[in-house]
Design a protein around this ligand. Structure first.
Ligand code: ATP
Ligand code: ZN
Length: 288
């Protein structure tokens, strides 16, 4: 019998696993352990997780074996899977870059003409070099690409970089970025039965709430009653803040939710307007 649970493919064990499980737990899904398991059902939402290698996620979603998947854009693009990207998830940030040994004397992409490029991303690499009109020989390697030049397996590499520490340790320097990537929620283009569509809607409402909450803070401050107008003007999202009386008759407490970036922009001005005891708290979820 076909399952009616929403099935989501996630990475079994790797850089995205803990953050993905965290995200799912933060939107209220409970799991009874997921280590060393292939299929894990949520205890409180009609969802099951399929834990597989990240390389397999785009195809599983493309073929409709899973309704949704959470995987790096770098993997979906490399595999060329026909899936719909529904959300960027703001973690697993990295870039796919061309890097050369510092001692190589290669300074521009054209210096790499007719050279050997080691990578685990042969498709993206081939496409990029050919779009630049540069001929290269691609040497496909599945791991530890950064040591290929030292082993004289290749002259340069194309690999994922986040801080750049690994490149540095291996005497490599970045020449050009091919792609900026992050973890994404993807969805199958195969037809999905109505009950599951309903589950996807519910799931997305929770994801949206979480993403909005992550960008927002709950703030509380005390201020002279006469400053309310100035303070409201400083923070447009304070359209209808909660105003509470304080023991001191001319003072009020103002509570509101504001975008984190906005708060840092106006903090000094809030103080200048007489706000004191400003407290900022994280928000767990927000449904607007
Ligand atoms: P699997 O065993 O599932 O195939 P993997 O070794 O291919 O795992 P990981 O190294 O766990 O993959 O990386 C998973 C994803 O994390 C990458 O595809 C990428 O989207 C993201 N990522 C973020 N920063 C980095 C980084 N510095 N190096 C590699 N991947 C990174
Ligand atoms: Zn992988």
């Amino acid at each position: 019998m076909e399952t009616t649970s929403l099935r989501i493919a996630i990475q079994k064990s790797g850089r995205l696993t803990d953050k993905t499980i965290n995200l799912l737990e933060n939107i209220g899904l409970k799991f009874d352990g997921y280590k060393d398991r292939l299929l894990v059902k949520s205890l409180n939402f009609d969802v099951e997780l399929l834990l597989i290698r990240d390389d397999d996620i785009p195809e599983y979603v493309q073929d409709g074996i899973c309704d949704l998947g959470i995987v790096g854009a770098n993997v979906s693009l490399e595999r060329g899977a026909d899936v719909e990207v529904i959300r960027d998830l703001q973690y697993g940030m990295c870039r796919l870059s061309v890097a050369v040994p510092k001692s190589s004397g290669f300074h521009t992409m054209h210096d790499l003409n007719n050279k050997r490029i080691a990578t685990s991303y042969p498709n993206l690499t081939r496409k990029y070099f050919s779009s630049r009109g540069i001929d290269v020989k691609i040497v496909e390697i599945s791991g530890a690409v950064e040591i290929a030049p030292r082993l004289d397996v290749a002259d340069a590499i194309v690999d994922l970089v986040s801080s750049g520490g690994t490149l540095k340790t291996n005497g490599l320097q970045e020449l050009e970025v091919i792609l900026h990537s992050q973890s994404q929620l993807i969805r199958t283009r195969k037809p999905i039965p109505a009950e599951k569509l309903d589950l996807i809607d519910k799931f997305l409402i929770r994801i949206n709430g979480r993403q909005l909450a992550e960008r927002s803070r709950y703030i509380m401050m005390n201020a002279p009653r006469e400053s309310l107008e100035v303070i409201s003007g400083l923070i447009p999202s304070l359209k209808s803040p909660t105003i509470l009386p304080l023991a001191e008759p001319d003072m009020i407490a103002i509570h509101s939710v504001i975008p984190t970036d906005k708060f840092w922009e106006v903090m000094e001005e809030l103080k200048a307007a007489g706000a004191s005891g400003i407290v900022m708290l994280p928000v767990e979820s927000m449904i607007v």
